[in-house]
Design a protein around this ligand. Structure first.
Ligand SMILES: O=P(O)(O)O[C@H]1O[C@H](CO)[C@@H](O)[C@H]1O
Ligand SMILES: O=c1cc[nH]c(=O)[nH]1
Length: 289
């Protein structure tokens, strides 16, 4: 049976609904970022840009960096966007748009996020580069898919117990990044981390400006959580969706994080732009090394 028009939605030019891309527009190595303005900051290092498309929060360039074809795309903020972006990225390589059928031979993409984050451990300072080995998602996205087979349930159970996690919130889910990409991207210039992804920047990450939150000690409890010597290192808003959707769809993913803020000490980097540029250069070099 072919996939119906209401499920696989194509634009008049044959491109996929939200990303606006045609299958030939996409490279097999994809860099994702949250901020649409970070895309040209990456592709200014390219020798050639072949494709440029922009719809909603999805700003997308495909081009060549040191002989390698790479697509760079923004996803906007949050795992709700990741659901759309990753489903459509996968459709571009693994669904035949003419026949509206899943291809027999599937393609696996290499996907590298270059993002920003807040550390919750005092000893992971601002301006560090952190590679997420594992992620815990507080966003609930993976519970909408058949994901039980690879979620690390024992870690989630222990986290709920140690932190007294409210049952009114989504049950946390734990997913591993690609070990192969982790090896490629991790070095003595980076810290290996266990990232937590949340559904917002303020209350959900324990920030209080005017609105009180139910548990002001939440970040401290998350930071103290210990599972066989592993601790949660940092908070951001996309990695759980990226790791989860990649596992489900058969792609390899890794998340690179520039530590902008240290929530334990209250510090914020003096130069966010230089920090992001540094992580971009580091990541591009590792991709082609
Ligand atoms: O810098 P990006 O990639 O957007 O990532 C982080 O910054 C945003 C919040 O300021 C969230 O998207 C968070 O995950
Ligand atoms: O504290 C931070 C910094 C960047 N991005 C986040 O989501 N949180």
């Amino acid at each position: 049976m072919s996939i119906q028009a209401s499920e696989l939605i194509l634009n008049a030019d044959g491109s996929i609904y939200h990303l606006n891309l045609l299958p030939e527009d996409l490279a097999q190595t994809v860099i994702t970022v949250g901020d649409p303005e970070r895309v040209p900051k990456i592709t200014r290092h390219f020798s050639k840009i072949e494709v440029q498309k922009h719809k909603r929060e999805f700003n997308i360039h495909t081009g060549i960096y040191k002989g390698k074809r790479i697509t760079v795309m923004s996803t906007g903020m949050g795992t709700d966007n990741i659901d759309i972006a990753f489903t459509e990225l996968d459709a571009l390589v693994n669904i035949d748009f003419q026949k509206r059928k899943v291809k027999e031979n599937l393609t696996s993409l290499d996907i590298i996020r270059i993002g920003t984050t807040g550390s919750i451990q005092e000893d992971i300072p601002v301006d560090a580069f952190l590679v997420s080995e594992l992620v815990m998602g507080f966003d609930g996205l993976l519970h909408f898919y058949q994901s039980e087979q690879f979620l690390k349930e024992a870690i989630s159970e222990e986290f709920v117990k140690q932190t007294g996690w409210s049952s009114k919130k989504a049950f946390p889910y734990v997913v591993e990044g690609s070990p192969e990409l982790f090896e490629k991207m991790h070095s003595e210039e980076t810290v290996a981390g266990f990232t937590a992804t949340n559904i917002g920047f303020y209350g959900p990450q324990g920030r209080v400006l005017r609105l009180p939150i139910p548990d002001e000690k939440m970040n401290e409890k998350i930071a103290k959580f210990n599972y066989e010597g592993r601790r949660i290192t940092n908070l951001e808003m996309e990695t759980s969706g990226i790791y989860g959707m990649s596992k489900l769809l058969g792609h390899k993913a890794i998340s690179m994080n520039a530590v902008l803020a240290n929530r334990a000490t209250g510090e914020f980097t003096k130069d966010p732009s230089a920090l992001a540029d540094g992580l971009i250069e580091y990541t591009l070099d590792r991709i082609v090394s």
